[in-house]
Structures are given as C-alpha cells and as structure tokens.
Design a protein around this ligand. Structure first.
Ligand code: NOJ
Length: 521
C-alpha cells in the first residue's frame, strides 16, 4: 500500500454554512458556529469538511453569487474567524475544503460593475457581452439554469450579458487570459491561508461555444415538468473540449501546494465524468460522481452502476461517491428511513471517497416549505415543479428544543416537525440510531485498509440483495445490502464474522427487511 492520503482514504462532510450552527443568534449559521461544532465532526469520524460559499455576496443564490473572492461575508464572520477555523480544524486533524465559484460572479462584484460601465472598460471582456440578434432578440437561444433566457440586456451600453444562472450571476469569460490568472490567484490566496482544497462549482460550464451557436432542442423535454433549461441540450454551454485545459490549469495551481485536492462539480453522464480526471490524471483529483443521487433504489441497478463506474475509471483515477447535497432531495426522503440505513452502509463501503451531506447522519428529511416562506430563487422562478432546494437546506438539529440548538433566534428556514427525535443529542444516546450507525461505520472504515482503500468486487446480486467484497492482500470484508422490505436469503453465503448490521438481532442465513451487514473474513 502507498502512503496514506487524506482525500483518498478519508471521508468528506459537506457543511451548508447558513444551516449548520448559528453562534450570533441572527437565525443564520456562521463560521463561529462551525468552529464550535468541529469537535462534533472529529468525533463523528469524518476527515474533512467542505464548506459551501462564505464569501461576500448579495445572497441572491445564497453565496453562489460572489462579490469578493477574497473575503468573508459579514453574515458568516470575518477573515480572522476563518483563519481560526482553519487552525482549529487542523489541530483536530480535520481538513477544510472551500467552494470555488469560477463560472460566474455576482453582478455586484467590482469587476462586473466596471465591465458594465462602458464598452471600453478594461474589465469589459472579463464577462460575456454580445449584440442584439438581427431579429431584435437576445444573441441566441441559451437558457438560464434557473429559467428564462441566459441573456440580459443592459441599456447603459446597449448589449446583452450572459448568465447561465440568475441575472445577478453574470458569467465570467474564461477565454480571457487576464481573468484566468486573476482567478488562479484567488485560489492561491486561500491555499496560502491553509485551505486544503476546493470544490469547484459547475466546473463543466466554464467554457462556452466561441461561435455562440444555438443549443439544439431536447426531444425528451417535458413541458411543465422539467426545468425550463432542459428545453435544449447544453451542447454549446457545457462540457466543451476546451474545459479540460482550464481544469488542468486549476489542478497545477492546487499542486503548487502539498496535499491539496481539486474536486469538480459535474452533472454529466458517467463517461464524461471520468474524463475530468484528465488524460494524464492532470484534471480533478475527484470529479464528483453524483450517479447515486438519481439512481433507482434497487439492488440490480446499483450493482450495475458500481460496476460500470469502476470499469469506466481511468487507470490511477480514484473513485468517489455522493448520496446528496444542497441541490438535491435528501436521501432519507428519497428512500425512506429504513433504506437510509442501507444507504449509509453503501456510501461508506463502496470503493472511493464518500461525501456526506450535513444532517444525513441523523436522517433529516426534506422539510416542506410553504410558498410564502420560499427562499430559493429556483423555486420562485419555476414554482411547483419540485425543483426548489429549500427543503434540503433546513437547519441542522443539535438538541431537542426550540431552535434545536441551531439558533437562539428565528431560523432562516423552518426547522421541520421531527426535531424531537431527529437531533444529534437524542441520537447520540441511542445505540440503535442512525447517528450511532454512521459512527460505527466511520470507525470501522477508518480502522480498515480494505474498506478505505481495498479493491471492490461484486460477488452476487438478485432482485433485492447486492453482495460485494472489499479486499487488500491481508484483509477482506463482505458487504450485503437488502434493498427490499422482505426477509430474504442472500444470493451467496456470507462468509466470516458479522461485524456490523443495520438491524438489531440479525439472523444467520437471512437478511431482514432493509438489512445491510458487514462480515469480516
Ligand atoms: C451549483 C451549486 O451547487 C448551486 O447551489 C448553485 O445554485 C449553482 N451551482 C450556481 O452557482
């Protein structure tokens, strides 16, 4: 075995900063709150936290609209608190990954303010400006991921600017060499402060077609159901060949510092995700694999998915798995409470770096948000399609009391009505809770080279059960997952000693409904 490497052997935990812990009582989570909770993360047994954007922002997209890439929004704290957070995390053996948002800035970023001031601004071409089309409309048919045209007309200079998200999120022009260097310097600024890596927002969008050709219609588009952006296939706005050069350059910047990581956000088909490792493994260390998020929850599909992903990986490319994030419905809501336990075992025993989403370890569900309380611009723009992301962003619950120990003020999103049972304190005292299961899994994984770094081999699958092994030369574990709600005999005999099960009183020779178990040989 090679030397240990934190981002390969460890587990990443995503913190959505607005919703993790609010130290100053304004109802919105902050960096000081995260600092207070670092011992919890260390005790839980994760290795790194990824914090969604904390930079100054008008918060039109809750921080994914950055108005200063080198600062901290006062809502979250200040740069001194960030430095203290980094120091505390490192003292506890935790790494810290920041979100990097290169595709677009806020329209309130000084670069964009200058860019829109005049056609001759030095910053004009740091963004993407085009003339009105001959028919009098926007330059082409590109759509915003949040609905409507991706072009907004700016009367002051008589041109349109491009925004693949909100009009308050103008796209940066990554074809401009000076802009590129400015952004690489932003990365260095944080890496020098001790940040351990970046999760790069919509990495696959940074380059757009140089000729600004229309995107072709999507024949599978369902009117009134799908988000409007899906009306066209993003052939000219996503995953362009030129993107790989940018990814490699970002990777070189990260590699100027020891043991840092570059993670790319990519909503792409399997064969395209793995391209982002780079032809010479000079791309992202971890191109995010979101395949489990949309997967039908059944044994055959997931067994096949794991095999297809393993087979598609380039030699030397290290896999990774994700069950949920701040953009997608929570796992417990997708598969139910019983299967959320199976999902925990799956995530933490497949081969590859797992990324957990805050609150999934206590089985938080999506919290329905009445329309009057909707905060997410996606839901406001395309209401009623189930696209809104507030339900999965509700505050973390620490204690069974008013405000759940998240805040002493009024939480920015409602807490949900199951705080009494789904909270850290209550589940910590219960050896059968989901939180206790996560802790056991994380402990087992950390102690075992086979589970953290060993080979993966599918042993058997049938209609309800998937069985696989994780193996090194000296160690082997067999994992069996029952995706069904019936007691069943596994498709192969499970050898060795039972070391973990998701149910109390597991039986020999039978898997109970929604039972997942791990055997050691
Ligand atoms: C992906 C982020 O995860 C999402 O929350 C955000 O709205 C878009 N990128 C735009 O930055």
């Amino acid at each position: 075995m090679s030397e240990p490497l934190w981002w390969r052997d460890g587990v990443i935990y995503q913190v959505y900063p607005r919703s993790f812990a609010d130290a100053n009582g304004d109802g919105i989570g902050d960096l000081q709150g995260i600092r207070y909770k670092l011992p919890y993360l260390a005790e839980l047994g994760v290795d790194a936290l990824w914090i969604s954007p904390i930079y100054p922002s008008p918060m039109a997209d809750f921080g994914y609209d950055v108005s200063d890439y080198r600062g901290i929004d006062p809502l979250f704290g200040d740069i001194e608190t960030m430095d203290a957070l980094l120091a505390d995390a490192h003292a506890l053996g935790l790494k810290v990954i920041l979100d990097f948002v290169p595709n677009h800035s806020s329209d309130e970023h000084p670069w964009f303010r200058d860019s829109r001031r005049s056609r001759s601004s030095a910053y004009r071409d740091w963004y993407i400006w085009r003339d009105t089309a001959p028919d009098g409309g926007p330059p082409n048919n590109w759509l915003s991921n949040f609905g409507g045209s991706a072009w907004t007309f700016d009367a002051a200079t008589g041109q349109y600017y491009l925004h693949l998200f909100l009009d308050k999120q103008p796209d940066l022009n990554w074809r401009h060499p000076v802009l590129r260097e400015a952004m690489y310097d932003v990365m260095r600024f944080w890496l020098r402060r001790g940040v351990d890596g970046f999760r790069v927002d919509v990495l696959y969008h940074v380059m757009k077609d140089e000729a600004f050709r229309d995107n072709p219609p999507n024949p599978a588009y369902r009117e009134g159901i799908d988000s409007e952006a899906n009306r066209f296939l993003p052939v000219h706005t996503a995953d362009l060949p030129e993107t790989m050069g940018i990814v490699a350059a970002m990777r070189s910047v990260v590699d100027e510092f020891p043991e840092r990581v570059l993670i790319g956000e990519l909503y792409l088909p399997l064969e395209r995700i793995v391209a982002y490792y780079g032809e010479r493994l000079d791309g992202a260390n971890l191109p995010f694999n979101f395949l489990l998020i949309g997967a039908p929850w059944n044994a055959r599909f997931i067994a096949d998915l794991a095999q297809r992903y393993e087979a598609a990986l380039p030699v030397g490319g290290w896999p990774n798995w994700v069950l949920g994030n701040h953009d997608k419905p929570r796992i417990a809501s997708r598969v139910g409470d019983a299967q959320a336990r199976v999902a925990a075992v799956l995530l933490l025993t497949l081969r590859g770096t797992p990324t957990m989403y805050y609150g999934d370890e206590i089985g938080m569900h999506d919290v329905p948000i009445p329309f009057a309380e909707v905060r997410d611009p996606f839901e406001r723009n395309e209401p009623g399609k189930g696209l809104g992301r507030d339900p999965q962003r509700t505050p973390m619950r620490w204690y069974p009391r008013e405000g759940a120990g998240f805040t002493r003020g009024i939480p920015w999103l409602r807490m949900g009505d199951d705080v009494a049972t789904r909270n850290v304190a209550t589940q910590s005292d219960d050896p059968d809770s989901l939180l206790s299961l996560y802790k056991s899994l994380l402990r087992l994984r950390r102690q075992s080279e086979a589970l953290s770094r060993g080979d993966f081999r599918l042993l058997a699958v049938d209609d309800s059960v998937m069985v696989y092994e994780r193996r090194t030369a000296s160690e082997c574990y067999v994992v069996a997952l029952n995706f069904g709600d019936q007691s069943v005999a596994p498709p192969v005999m499970l050898p060795g000693d039972l070391v973990l099960s998701t149910v109390s009183d597991p039986l020999t020779g039978t898997l109970k409904p929604a039972e997942a178990r791990i055997h050691r040989l």
